[in-house]
Design a protein around this ligand. Structure first.
Ligand code: HEC
Ligand code: HEC
Length: 450
């Protein structure tokens, strides 16, 4: 008995010694690795080929978008956080911290944590990578884990029979869903939700963002789509709007407007863009005092909006001058918000400050200046074109000024984004097709003052 216990004790001690040696050995290897790491630099400039070969997996086209959208989200493997010292934002960081092993792809750390069942990456509630994506990662490593890219010739891009399932969804899966899903709806957009997707198709934000058009946050964040991928999504978005249209005045996917609800996209944003995001003020270039008022997320964050509590929200308080009377926004000589305009901001915050949108009744059968054109100018344009400096010398203060702009061709040219004109409303989203039609019909009627 005693002997057995003793042997056991000795064995335990031996085990301890063994583990200590092992540990110190591992530490040495680890530390010496660390010492050498900063010297290693992997070039982030990819080798670009024009044609995309179906047999090759490309880092820039196939792998980086997946990593950026599902791993380097805020708080995880982005540059700032770098959880567990793993950063996955570009080729250099992936090679340095992803444990890539081209000699034995299956043993690459990054691949292991994606296919494992326990403590898998990305952690729940994010969905696990589908097998096809994991396989693609494996193939890329097996093909040498090189920094390659193909540019996807747009001349050879076929957008005639684009479908959501076959073409668009795979693109969203690769570039977008990681940041825009129900558990993590960045910018309050869940692209897996059809209603929300329809909303951003309808208001132009989907195409505006992937084409980096002025007024939109360029998407996808952190990676680049090929021209063909952009054209594919655009072709589908255009078709979708037309196909689902309810007849007359262009297609609509949204919800009909409820008179008791105040809508951010229809009422609040146009007011803010035209009164506050003017040159030198709160657009993405000027952002005075860190305040940017060009889209939902910037308004919520930098306008310090507290849903349900207008009096506690900076965006609302400054309309009255904030804590000091003389801080009133917009500052003189711009006119202050009218009571009705203040009411719009107040109601919207009271109703929960949501990123909501509705299809306004836009009637192209009975177009008049006072009933159709003037309300559009008031909501979307007048804040800048009020005779002050923010309208580039163009005033739209009354019938004769609007008619003059219409007769010069500039009014229609600018709202249609025609080549040769500055796209209007500046910093805002393009007017809906129906609103553009109303203005066009009024001009074709001979700009009557009715
Ligand atoms: C790495 C995360 C990330 C990825 C990937 C990403 N987005 Fe976004 N997206 C955001 C964030 C965050 C916002 C909020 C606005 C901002 O911060 O720029 C946003 C905003 C948007 C907007 C609103 C833009 C605006 O100006 O109103 C649209 C539309 C959008 N994303 C679509 C997409 C699409 C389509 C893709 C894929 C092609 C994509 N996003 C990929 C993070 C991401
Ligand atoms: C945020 C401020 C802002 C808003 C909102 C705005 N504009 Fe402008 N607009 C400008 C500025 C500044 C210019 C001068 C050209 C430039 O800087 O792009 C301009 C120029 C124009 C021009 C001349 C374009 C050209 O190419 O000669 C027209 C016409 C015009 N705006 C009409 C409108 C209409 C119509 C709306 C509303 C649907 C509108 N603007 C909304 C600031 C604005």
């Amino acid at each position: 008995m005693v002997l057995r216990q003793r042997t056991h004790k000795i064995m335990m001690n031996l085990k301890k010694v063994f583990y200590m040696i092992l540990l110190s050995f591992m530490a040495t290897v680890f530390l010496s690795n660390c010492k050498h790491q900063p010297g290693v630099f992997y070039n982030d400039t990819p080798a670009v080929s024009i044609q995309c070969s179906p047999d090759t997996v490309y880092f820039q086209n196939d792998i980086l978008p997946l990593l950026v959208s599902s791993c380097s989200t805020t708080g995880c493997h982005d540059k700032q956080t770098g959880k567990n010292d793993v950063v996955l934002v570009d080729y250099n960081s992936v090679m340095k911290t992803g444990g890539i092993n081209p000699d034995n792809p299956g043993s690459s750390k990054i691949y292991e944590v994606i296919v494992t069942n326990d403590e898998r990456m990305p952690p729940p509630p994010s969905a696990a990578w589908p097998k096809a994506q994991a396989d693609m990662l494996y193939t890329w490593i097996a093909q040498g884990a090189i920094n390659n890219q193909c540019s996807g010739d747009s001349a050879g891009c076929d957008t005639t029979n684009v479908t959501f399932k076959g073409d668009v969804r795979p693109i969203f899966q690769k570039f977008c869903y990681g940041c825009h899903n129900s558990a993590n709806p960045s910018g309050n957009i869940d692209l897996t939700n059809w209603d929300q997707l329809a909303l951003i198709i309808d208001n132009g934000a989907l195409v505006g963002s992937i084409k980096s058009e002025p007024g939109y946050s360029p998407m996808p964040k952190g990676s680049t789509m090929t021209n063909c991928e952009i054209l594919t999504v655009e072709a589908w978005a255009n078709d979708t709007v037309i196909n689902s249209g309810g007849g007359g005045g262009g297609g609509n996917n949204g919800i009909a407007c409820d008179p008791d609800t105040t809508y951010f996209q229809n009422q609040v944003l146009p007011l803010l863009v035209s009164n506050c995001a003017t040159t030198g003020c709160h657009n993405t270039i000027s952002h005075k005092e860190g305040v940017i008022l060009v889209d939902y997320s910037s308004v919520m964050q930098t306008g310090k909006v507290i849903p349900g509590n207008p009096n506690g929200s900076k965006l609302y308080k400054v309309l009255f001058g904030g804590d000091r009377e003389d801080d009133i926004m917009p500052p003189p000589p711009s006119p202050p918000f009218t009571t009705v305009q203040k009411g719009i901001i107040r109601n919207w915050i009271l109703q929960g400050a949501k990123n909501n949108y509705c299809n306004s009744d836009c009637d192209t059968t009975n177009v008049t200046f006072s009933g159709s054109v003037w309300p559009i100018i008031q909501t979307y344009c007048l804040g800048c074109h009020n005779g002050g400096s923010s309208g580039g010398g163009i005033s739209l203060r009354n019938y004769s000024e609007v008619a003059a702009s219409a007769n010069s061709g500039k009014l229609l040219g600018s709202i249609r984004y025609d080549a040769g004109y500055s796209p209007m409303p500046k910093y805002g989203q393009k007017l809906s097709d129906c609103k553009i039609s109303e203005i066009r019909i009024w001009i074709e009627d001979g700009t009557p003052n009715n």
